[in-house]
Ligand binder design. Structure first.
Ligand code: KIV
Length: 260
C-alpha cells in the first residue's frame, strides 16, 4: 500500500519516525523502496548528476523527466518532487501550472517548495486550495545560495524567530510537512514541538519527526558531502575498483572467455 501524506501526519502523533532519501532515477528508487524508505524526494539536488555547480540551472522539464523514472521504480514510498528555481516564484498561476504538471505527468503525490516568506505562503495557500499537497522547506534553502550561501541558518535570535515564524505560517498555509535544513538542533526541536505536521530534518539534529539525506552522500558517491551528511558506504571506491578490474581483464584478454 502506498504511503499517503495523511499517514505521515498521523505518524507524528504516533511518534513514528519518517525515513526519507532522495532518488533521481528508477534503479535507485527501486532499491530505496525495497529497503523500506517511507518518502522519496526527487530533489533538485539532482544538479549533482547533471553536472551543475548549484541547483539553480535545473529546469522543470529535467525534474519531470527524472520524476517519471523514479515513479516507475516505486510501489510503497510517498514521492515528493522539488519545484526547481524560477518554476514557481514568478506568480501563483506559474506555481499552479508547474506543480500541476508534476502531479499530472509524473504520478508523484506532492511537490516541495523552498522558502517561508509571505509571498511563498500565499502561493502555497493557493496550491493547497487547488488540491496539490505541498511540503515546505525552511532554514538553508539552496535555491537562495547567492543570497545566503550554504552555511547554517538560524544562528542569531532574530534569525531563529524568523525561521520559527515561517514554519508556523507554512503550517497555516496547509503544507503537510516541512523540511528543516541546516539549522541548530534546539531550534529544530522548538519548531517540531510547536507544529502538528511532521518536520523532516537534514542537518537539523535528532529532534525532528523524520530525517532526509541525499542518497549519493549516504552511498559515498558524491565527491564532497555537506558537514551534516553521514556516509554509510564507499561506493565511489567500490566502483573505481570494479572498473579497474574490468579494464585490466579486457586489456590482458582475460575477459570475456571464448563463447561457442
Ligand atoms: O534537493 C534536495 O535533495 C533537497 C534535500 C536536501 C532536502 O531539497
Amino acid at each position: 500500500m502506498a504511503i499517503t501524506t495523511r499517514e505521515l501526519i498521523q505518524w507524528k502523533q504516533q511518534k513514528r519516525q519518517i525515513v526519507a532519501l532522495t532518488a533521481w532515477d528508477c534503479a535507485i528508487a527501486q532499491l530505496l523502496d525495497a529497503a523500506g524508505v517511507d518518502l522519496i524526494l526527487v530533489g533538485d539536488s539532482m544538479a549533482v548528476v547533471l553536472g551543475y555547480e548549484t541547483t539553480l540551472p535545473v529546469t522543470l522539464e529535467e525534474m519531470l523527466h527524472h520524476a517519471k523514472a523514479v515513479r516507475r521504480g516505486v510501489k510503497r514510498a510517498l514521492i515528493v518532487v522539488d519545484l526547481p528555481f524560477l518554476s514557481y516564484q514568478e506568480s501563483i498561476p506559474q506555481a499552479i501550472h508547474s506543480a500541476g504538471r508534476v502531479l499530472k505527468e509524473t504520478g508523484a503525490q506532492a511537490v516541495k517548495l523552498e522558502g517561508g516568506y509571505p509571498a511563498m505562503v500565499r502561493t502555497i495557500t493557493r496550491l493547497v486550495e487547488a488540491g496539490i499537497p505541498v511540503m515546505g522547506h525552511v532554514g538553508l534553502t539552496p535555491q537562495s545560495v547567492h543570497q545566503i550561501g550554504l552555511r547554517q541558518q538560524g544562528k542569531t535570535e532574530a534569525a531563529r524567530q524568523q525561521i520559527l515564524q515561517q514554519a508556523i505560517a507554512l503550517e497555516k498555509a496547509g503544507v503537510f510537512s516541512i523540511v528543516l535544513e541546516h539549522i541548530p538542533s534546539d531550534l529544530a526541536c522548538q519548531i517540531t514541538e510547536k507544529l502538528s505536521i511532521p518536520t523532516i530534518g537534514i542537518g537539523a539534529g535528532p529532534y525532528c519527526d523524520g530525517q532526509v539525506l541525499v542518497t549519493s552522500d549516504v552511498l559515498g558517491l558524491s565527491e564532497k558531502q555537506p558537514p551534516f551528511a553521514k556516509v554509510y558506504t564507499d561506493l565511489r571506491s567500490e566502483i573505481i575498483k570494479a572498473v579497474q578490474n574490468y579494464s585490466l581483464e579486457v586489456r590482458e584478454r582475460r575477459f570475456p572467455q571464448s563463447s561457442d
